[in-house]
Structures are given as structure tokens and as C-alpha cells.
Design a protein around this ligand. Structure first.
Ligand SMILES: Nc1ncnc2c1ncn2[C@@H]1O[C@H](COP(=O)(O)OP(=O)(O)OP(=O)(O)O)[C@@H](O)[C@H]1O
Ligand SMILES: [Mg+2]
Length: 577
């Protein structure tokens, strides 16, 4: 596990090695200074050393203190670079992995949990790593060094520490064993809370229009209460362990001062030696505190490391063939006995044994009740989901033989739910084709019937789009998404109910324009409106995940009961023109 994290250090490995090395120099200086102080008191001040000796040692000590400071500062710099670098690299690696995820991988983690993992969990690891770099080597070496120096000064006094070791060891083991599950539980609650925040903010309009603010606030308050409780249970561990450690440590200090003072009175120990001994005890105690902090953070970060690891280890349920140089020959589509299920079970099929052949350049309409799997059918084309059984050919080859790049640039999908990104209108349109010229932008917007609107905007194409496109209406967003897709110039273009929020006149203008301009492109139009589909070469009628009719508008009117029923209903409502 740690191996993978260290490999993520990448170019910061040098900093991660230098930081502890520089700290070692600092530790060496700190270990030597009390020894010099003891000599200074016993030999220079109280003994026969005199002023010259005192000044010499004093100067040496100043030099060592400055060196310790300089090396300490440099070590801090290296450590900061290494740990911020590590967290940046972990985030990049996770993000890259997430972009490879298929829709079902994302369903598996939930997007809220992925956000917590990318933020809080990486922060935990970053903090733990910083602590580890600064103290991981320093604390044990200081502990060993200071203990050795203390034993060198007085064996009798050092025995006191032996008594403290079992207490400290038991406390640390207890903390390690009990901390991990508690922190893991706490992180799960953070996930839940983030999911709730995300859902509420994304749907704030719905919440407000149903006047459900109070209900949602109460629900959120319950969640934060649960998080608070799990946090309290986790933190309680620290609440108990730290005082136990401190009590042991301060007990040692009292015993040393008491016994050491008596030894000085009995002339068993020099005054300078006692002063150095007390300095070493402080160092021992500080390093013990540091060690317990490292333990504590390693417990907390272990839960986070596991969660990061899970994301990095997840294998995308649909794998790319990046080395494939194959590109679709044309816009033909062929489903051969294709079935699909969203879950693992083959019994709960969303699509049942579909066999369908579409010629390149054909315009196909798809109609059917809500939930009849129209969207499911077209999402298989760019391999957003993988078939459960059967075969799907696009442009003459099985979809899995293409690289994502080749397949997805040939199959463009205007999704049912239109999404715009924060930025300008132009930036959003250029997503479709970064090299599109101004004329091409205008042309695409004219076909999508959105150019007139853009002209009325004060900044035209440079108008700012808020997060989620909230400053545009549903129909405006849909038309911008259509224009964006038109710019990709694909071989197959799919409109998944993408004019549902547009009035019928504009709708028919868009479809006329598309058929005129995209001559030679295979066009699939999913719509609930017969008026949008009647010009298609063929119309597919879907019901409960199966195709229950294929033909022209006229053929279906006479030969397909479901189609006729939809047509009759819409005619009564004046929708079929
Ligand atoms: N991500 C998903 N996970 C699990 N089941 C899903 C998922 N998306 C759709 N389904 C299920 O698959 C079936 C077909 O859904 P699909 O979205 O393809 O219908 P549709 O014909 O496009 O409906 P609509 O006209 O309302 O858009 C539905 O029963 C739906 O519950
Ligand atoms: Mg749909």
C-alpha cells in the first residue's frame, strides 16, 4: 500500500529523502548542546576551566544553535515541498482514474464519496506525511540519542524511564487497534454529509419550490449530529490516551528532579550533569509525544489511505483499446441479439434481444413510453455502458475494437439532460470542436435556432455561463448543447429528447435544419413528439426494452397499434402537424 503512495511521490522523492536527512543534523546539534552546557557549568563556571574555556564553548554552542536552525528550516522546506507534491500527485492520479471510470464505476462509489476521497482523505494523508517526514526519523533518533546521553550521565536516574515504557507501549497499541475502525466510520459519515450537501445544492430550486427548506435543514442537522457523535467517539480515544501519556511523562520528570536533587546533595551527581539530564529528559519526553502523534495520525491516515487506494485500484468496468488505430468506416449501426442490464443480474434486463440494422446516412426516429429504454439503447453506441450479451457494430466493426477516442468522436450524443460548464458560451461550444472557426460557430448556432438569442446577449458568444448553466432557460441550454454537438461533425449523431423544452415550431425548424445540413450523417432522434419524427426514413417504436415496430410514419400508422395510439392522442392535442 505504502509502495504505491511512495511511487506517487514522483519528482518529489528527492525532497522526501533530504528532509529527514537535514533534520538528523538538527537533532545531532540539539543532542550535543546540553552536553556542552553540562561541561560549561561543571568545568567552566564551577571548575577550573575559567573564562577562556567558557567563551570558547559558548561560541561553539552559538554556532551549533545557528546550524540547527538553518538545517531545521531547510528540512521544513523540503518536507513541505514533498508533502504538497505528494498530495497534488495523488489527486492527479485519482482524477485521471476517475475520468476512466464508466458510469457503473461512478455508481459504485457515488460522486459524493469520490469528492470526499479527493479532498478530505488526501488532506489527511498529506498531514500525516508531513508529520512523518518531519518527525518520523527525528523522534526515534532523538529518543535513542537522548536516552543514551541520559544513561551516560547517570544510570541510576535512567532506571526511572524503564518503568514508564510498558505504560506507554500499552497505550499506543490500544490506540492503534481501536482507532482505525472509529476513524473509518467517521469518514463514512463525512461521505453521507457531503452527499446530502451535493444533492441539496444541485437541486436547490426544487427544494425551494416545494418549500422544503425546513425539512431538508432538519435532515441535514440529523446527519451532522450523527457525524458529530462518530467524531466524538473517535476523538474520545485521543481524549483518554493523551492525558495518560502526559501523566506518565510528567511523573517521570518529578521523579528525576526529586531523585536527581538528592543525588546532587549527596555529591553523587554534579549540578551541570543534573541540568543536562533534565534537558535530555525533556527531549525524550518531547520525542515520545511526537511518536504518539505519529501513531495517532497514522491511524487516521490509514483509513484515508485505504479509501484512496480503493479508487486507484478500481478497474474501469469498460476498458479502452488505446492502441487501436481502427476508425469507423461510415455511420452504419448494427445490433445483433443485443441485451443489456444495469445490474449484474441477467434476469433484470433493460434491453431484450435487440436486432436492428441502420444504414449509414439514414435518419431514424425512436419513440416509446417513458422507461421503454430509448436512452439505454443509444448510450450503448459510444460505449457509455457495455452490452451484457450480443454484439454491436458501428461503422462496420464491433464497438469494443475502437479506441474511446475514435468511437466517441464518431458517435455524438446530445444527452437527455443538457449540461453546460462554467465559462463563456464560446468555451462551451468549443468543447465540441476546439478548432471551430467563428463562421462554424455561427452556422451551428443557426441550425440549433439559438443564434438569434445569442445576438441579443450583451456579450454575445462571450457571455458568462454560470455553474450548471443556471442563467439559461431549459430550452436555451438544450439548443446550445445541440449546437455544441453539431460542431463535432460526427458520423452518427443522436438527439436524446433534446428538444423537449423547445416549442413545436422551433423544434421542427431545428429538425429540418439538421436533416438538410447533416446530409450523409446517420441521425437518431429520440422524441415523444410524432411531429419531430415523421420526416425520418424509419421510425422505431420501443416498449419495455424491446422493439415493437419499425417503419415509416405511414407504415406504422396502419400497422402498429402503439404508434397509432400515440399519433391519435397527439393529433387530438393538436401536436401532429
Ligand atoms: N443508471 C441506471 N441504473 C439502473 N437502472 C436504470 C438506469 N438508467 C435507467 N435505468 C432503468 O432502465 C430502464 C430504461 O430507462 P431509459 O432511461 O432507457 O428509458 P427511456 O425510454 O429513455 O425513458 P424516458 O422517455 O423517460 O427518457 C428504466 O426502467 C430505468 O429505470
Ligand atoms: Mg430517456
Amino acid at each position: 500500500m505504502l509502495k504505491q503512495l511512495t511511487s506517487l511521490l514522483g519528482e518529489y522523492r528527492k525532497d522526501a529523502i533530504l528532509a529527514p536527512l537535514f533534520i538528523l543534523v538538527e537533532v545531532a546539534m540539539e543532542l550535543l548542546i546540553p552536553y556542552l552546557v553540562s561541561g560549561l557549568i561543571d568545568y567552566g563556571v564551577l571548575g577550573s576551566g575559567g573564562i577562556v574555556y567558557t567563551i570558547k564553548i559558548g561560541a561553539l554552542m552559538v554556532f551549533m544553535a545557528i546550524a540547527a536552525l538553518a538545517f531545521g528550516a531547510l528540512a521544513g522546506r523540503f518536507a513541505a515541498r514533498a508533502c504538497t507534491g505528494l498530495s497534488a500527485n495523488i489527486r492527479d492520479a485519482m482524477f485521471e482514474k476517475i475520468t476512466e471510470f464508466s458510469f457503473s464505476n461512478i455508481d459504485h462509489f457515488s460522486s459524493a464519496s469520490l469528492i470526499t476521497r479527493l479532498t478530505s482523505d488526501v488532506n489527511n494523508v498529506q498531514n500525516a506525511f508531513l508529520m512523518f517526514l518531519r518527525l518520523g526519523l527525528q523522534a526515534p533518533i532523538q529518543l535513542i540519542g537522548a536516552t543514551a546521553m541520559a544513561v551516560l550521565i547517570s544510570r541510576r536516574l535512567s532506571v526511572i524511564f524503564l518503568a514508564a515504557i510498558p505504560v506507554l507501549a500499552i497505550t499506543m497499541v490500544y490506540m492503534m487497534k481501536n482507532g482505525y475502525p472509529r476513524f473509518q466510520e467517521m469518514l463514512k459519515r463525512v461521505d453521507d454529509m457531503n452527499a446530502s450537501v451535493q444533492e441539496n445544492l444541485n437541486n436547490i430550486r426544487v427544494v425551494k419550490s416545494y418549500v422544503r427548506e425546513e425539512y431538508e435543514s432538519q435532515k441535514f442537522a440529523e446527519q451532522t449530529k450523527t457525524l458529530q457523535n462518530t467524531q466524538f467517539i473517535a476523538e474520545r480515544l485521543i481524549l483518554f490516551t493523551l492525558p495518560i501519556l502526559q501523566l506518565t511523562i510528567f511523573g517521570c520528570i518529578v521523579a528525576v528532579v526529586w531523585l536527581g536533587g538528592n543525588l546532587v546533595i549527596q555529591k553523587g551527581l554534579e549540578l551541570g550533569q543534573l541540568s543536562a539530564f533534565i534537558s535530555y529528559i525533556s527531549q525524550i519526553l518531547i520525542s515520545l509525544m511526537f511518536l504518539s502523534m505519529i501513531f495517532l495520525l497514522s491511524v487516521l491516515s490509514r483509513a484515508s489511505v485505504t479509501r484512496i487506494q480503493e479508487v486507484l485500484a478500481e478497474s474501469p468496468s469498460i476498458s479502452d483499446s488505446p492502441s487501436s488505430t481502427l476508425t469507423p468506416n461510415d455511420g452504419s449501426i448494427e445490433f445483433v441479439d443485443a441485451s443489456f442490464s444495469y445490474g449484474d443480474s441477467s434476469s433484470n434486463l433493460a434491453l431484450h434481444h435487440i436486432s436492428l440494422s441502420i444504414k449509414s446516412g439514414e435518419t431514424i426516429g425512436i419513440i416509446g413510453g417513458t422507461g421503454s429504454a430509448k436512452s439505454t439503447l443509444v448510450q450503448l453506441l459510444p460505449r457509455l455502458y457495455e452490452l451484457s450479451s450480443g454484439k454491436l457494430y458501428v461503422g462496420g466493426n464491433p464497438v469494443e475494437d475502437y479506441s474511446f477516442q475514435a468511437l466517441r468522436s464518431a458517435v455524438a450524443l446530445v444527452l437527455q439532460k443538457s449540461t453546460l460548464f462554467t465559462g463563456s458560451v464560446r468555451q462551451n461550444l468549443l468543447w465540441g470542436n476546439p478548432n471551430a472557426t467563428e463562421e462554424e460557430l455561427i452556422h451551428a448556432c443557426c441550425i440549433a435556432q439559438i443564434m438569434e438569442f445569442i445576438k441579443t446577449l450583451p456579450n454575445g458568444f462571450d457571455t458568462h455561463v454560470e455553474q450548471g448553466g443556471t442563467n439559461f432557460s431549459g430550452g436555451q441550454k438544450q439548443r446550445l448543447c445541440i449546437a455544441r454537438t453539431l460542431l463535432t461533425r460526427p458520423k452518427i449523431i443522436v438527439f436524446d429528447d433534446s428538444t423537449s423544452a423547445v416549442d413545436t415550431t422551433t423544434d421542427s425548424r431545428i429538425h429540418e435544419g439538421i436533416r438538410r445540413e447533416l446530409h450523409g450523417t446517420t441521425i437518431l432522434i429520440i422524441s415523444q413528439r410524432i411531429a419531430s419524427l415523421r420526416g425520418a426514413d424509419r421510425i422505431i417504436v420501443m416498449e419495455n426494452g424491446s422493439i415493437c415496430g419499425v417503419g415509416t410514419h405511414e407504415e406504422l400508422l396502419t400497422g402498429n397499434a402503439i404508434y397509432r395510439e400515440i399519433a391519435n392522442l397527439q393529433e387530438k392535442g393538436g401536436l401532429v402537424s
